[in-house]
Design a protein around this ligand. Structure first.
Ligand code: C5P
Length: 240
């Protein structure tokens, strides 16, 4: 497989075309951003950690019957994935009150929710990724009702599998964000990444935060936190 020209550069990743029109080459960057790009830093090793963790998690999901765009890891910071057209919905699954949910609704952070909830945000940096209702999704024609149901069902399945998996590693899966895309046949496929950048992961015993909140809230070393997650997943320590 050959790496072709740059198709798109996002905040955390670059996407290149390949010599196969249905496959793209993803490069994870060392940049860290928060609050819709207002807070920025370059953190050595972050790209490697997120590539490694995402590759392990997508492989684990596949083993457990959940398909994604992930094909293979090709280097410490790169992976090959199936090309999809990203649906402009950020799908957030929450098990425990935290982050914007806690802040917006005045619910104490750390309070388990009486049931898991799914929220959708409009993937639009200029608008600051606003929260969407089902009506908004329909009126803006971001996805059909059937597609929203498929996405919800897939997101809840990912949640059941990952909640149990992380629990065995002593980690509480508090919440996370997923993105979905459509492949060349129009099928909806789990895409983007699953990493401590996109999940809240708390140590069950110590309640220590092992995710991007370390960066957002200046709680210490982001790479130490991400290395802790990678080590528990059985990955190799990243030496920078
Ligand atoms: O900030 P908020 O509480 O809404 O985030 C919910 C979850 O979604 C968190 O795990 C956060 O890391 C993730 N998220 C993300 N990308 C965004 C917004 C949220 O990965 N643009």
């Amino acid at each position: 497989m050959e790496k072709g020209s740059l198709l798109y550069e996002g905040k955390a990743k670059k996407v290149y075309e390949t010599n196969d029109e249905n496959i793209v080459w993803i490069e994870y960057k060392d940049s860290a951003t928060a609050f819709n790009g207002e807070k920025k830093a370059s953190i050595d090793g972050k790209g490697r950690l997120n590539n490694e963790i995402t590759s392990l998690l997508f492989s684990k999901l596949k083993e457990l019957g959940i398909d994604s765009h992930f094909i293979s890891k090709v280097s410490e910071t790169e992976q090959l994935v199936k090309k999809v057209a990203i649906i402009p919905l950020e799908t957030v699954v929450r098990n425990v009150s935290a982050g914007s949910f806690a802040k917006r609704l005045g619910v104490e952070e750390g309070k388990p929710l009486s049931r898991t909830i799914v929220e959708f945000y409009y993937k639009d940096d200029d608008l600051g990724d606003p929260l969407l209702t089902d009506d908004h999704i329909e009126i803006l024609q971001l996805a059909s009702k059937e597609e929203v149901e498929i996405i919800k069902e897939k997101a809840l399945k990912v949640n059941s599998v990952l909640t149990e998996f992380f629990k065995e590693l002593g980690i509480r899966l508090v919440d996370f964000k997923l993105e979905f895309g459509k492949d060349h046949s129009g099928a909806i496929l789990l895409a983007d990444e699953i990493s401590p950048d996109t999940c809240r992961l708390w140590d069950i015993a110590t309640k220590e935060k092992l995710d991007k909140d370390v960066f957002r809230r200046d709680l210490g070393s982001l790479t130490d936190a991400y290395e802790n997650i990678l080590a528990r997943l059985g990955g190799q320590k990243v030496c920078t």
